[in-house]
Ligand binder design. Structure first.
Ligand code: P71
Length: 467
């Protein structure tokens, strides 16, 4: 078998509804051609995000029933704390309701105006939280990350020359910490190698700067290390994770990804002083330190999820399912970002729709066509999300890439549904000339992708397909 089949069977099912093309066409018009505005019930395969969309196991649901909802000192907190320490190895374990709160607490404590925080590529929420402190969020990933055809195995790596140059230019006093996002979501879900992590640590040590991980997809990153990096094939994913986190001083984590839960996150670190200041802030904005904005049952589900995600039968299915989708698309000639990422396949919209000018939002147009024709929802990662207006000329500055991300929820869709997605996209690719561009009619001043509205730029031309 070319890909590993599901290492689980299904105990509970959630019905999903097929809609007609007419219905989806109407919904799109009502939504202003913005897929964030389409009701989830009208989506057949929802690949908008892998965040908070996982299916929990029977073991996690059983743990939910053992939730101890005491205000202080819930037994689930102690289980959670012990689990996080055994994998991540840091002394202090601070639960939060999701990842961005962990980022907010960390940065509001240690980042001051005028400072800068380097990362391979900041995810939107870390960037926004750094900038919210009046500091600069710097992306210092290796240049190969921006080449969609480059097949390098660790395209999430930090560019160490640029990192050192940055430290020398801005000065150690202006860099409170260096971050590494594993896997690098904004760069296509690409992993960071152990060697790069080791060398990043050696570099920041020379300047006394702490290294933190944005650990959302740490298990997927560690699985790639096992598969691709010499010397790790015989190590367990847990051992790889323990070594990896051993090179850091702390981490933030949205457990909505590799925690296999629908809500939850945490911050974990060694520094006593930082932990004390963060805990005081946690009490002010989130909750008592043994629940941090969550219920006891959520902490239990997270503790169990963090163990399950390290199961190698699960991980080879998980990474294999994403790869299966990517390889089927490649075989059909569909242009995708290479190598295939850990949590998502990214369609290269400029190559998919070369007839559309960038001002016609090719990635958004592709995402809209995919929903209208097949009921599949992906997310635009291109000009709508990252385009900026040039203050002087009023013209749009486009990001490097126009992508549609197909993020795969964990343990949710069967391989048959994934095959449906691949076949649908292959069919759309065959009639790609009929996909129309869009014009933006409304944009909010910040984070415009969530609420932007569009209209179609040309007359409809029907694809050769029923619903
Ligand atoms: C994703 C998300 C979820 C998301 C968040 C905001 C806008 C659109 C989608 C969330 C991440 C992430 C990384 C590397 C921190 C967070 C925030 N990703 N770091 O990819 O990927 O976590 O949502 O729990 O606050 O769809 P949070």
């Amino acid at each position: 078998m070319k890909f590993p089949s599901e290492p689980f069977k299904i105990k509970v099912v959630e019905p999903i509804r097929r809609t007609t093309r007419e219905e989806r066409d109407r919904l799109l018009r009502e939504a202003g051609y913005n897929l964030f505005q389409v009701p989830a019930e009208s989506v057949y395969v929802d690949l908008l995000t892998d965040s908070g969309t996982s299916a929990m196991s029977d073991n996690q649901w059983a743990g939910m029933m053992l939730g101890d909802e005491s205000y202080a000192g819930s037994r689930n907190y102690y289980h959670f704390e012990e689990t996080v320490r055994s994998i991540f190895g840091y002394q202090h374990v601070i639960p939060t309701h999701q990842g961005r709160m962990a980022e907010n607490l960390l940065f509001s404590t240690v980042v001051k105006p005028g400072m800068c925080v380097p990362n391979n590529i900041h995810f939107d929420t870390t960037r926004a939280n750094v900038e919210h402190q009046g500091a600069q969020a710097l992306d210092l990933v290796i240049k190969e990350a921006y080449d969609p055809h480059c097949e390098a195995p660790f395209k999430g790596n930090m560019d160490l020359m640029r990192l050192e140059e940055t430290i020398n230019r801005v000065g150690r006093a202006h860099i409170p910490l260096v971050m590494l996002t594993i896997t690098n979501n904004s760069g296509g879900g690409q992993p960071v190698s152990m060697e790069n992590i080791r060398r990043t640590r050696a570099l920041v040590d020379r300047y006394g700067i702490p290294l933190f991980f944005d650990a959302c997809r740490f298990a997927e990153n560690c699985f790639f290390i096992k598969e691709r990096e010499p010397g790790y094939a015989e190590k367990s994913v847990l051992e790889i994770a323990q070594e990896l986190f051993g090179y850091g001083h702390g981490c933030t984590m949205s457990a909505k990804k590799d925690g296999l839960v629908n809500i939850g996150g945490f911050l974990s670190l060694n520094d006593d002083r930082w932990a004390q200041d963060i805990t005081n802030m946690l009490i002010l904005v989130e909750g008592f330190p043994t629940y941090g904005g969550l219920a006891g049952r959520d902490l239990e589900a997270m503790a169990r999820g963090l163990r399950e995600v390290l199961d190698e039968a699960y991980l080879s299915f998980r990474i294999g399912q994403v790869r299966y989708l990517g390889e089927m698309l490649e075989q059909a000639g569909v242009p995708i970002l290479k190598p295939i990422g850990g949590h998502a396949v990214y369609l290269n919209a400029r190559e998919f729709l070369p007839h559309l000018d960038r001002d016609r939002f090719p990635a958004q147009s592709l995402a809209v066509a995919l929903y209208r024709e097949y009921g599949i929802r992906g997310v635009e990662i291109g000009t709508v999300m990252f385009g900026k207006k040039d203050a002087a000329t009023g013209r749009t500055i486009h990001p490097e890439l126009e992508l549609v991300r197909l993020a795969i929820p964990r343990r949710v869709y069967t391989n048959m549904q994934i095959a449906y997605v691949a076949e649908s996209i292959a069919e759309l690719y065959r009639c790609r000339d009929s996909v129309r561009g869009l014009a933006m009619t409304y944009e909010a001043p910040v984070l415009r992708h969530f609420t932007a509205r569009f209209e179609e730029a040309q007359q409809p031309s029907l694809l050769r397909r029923a619903s």
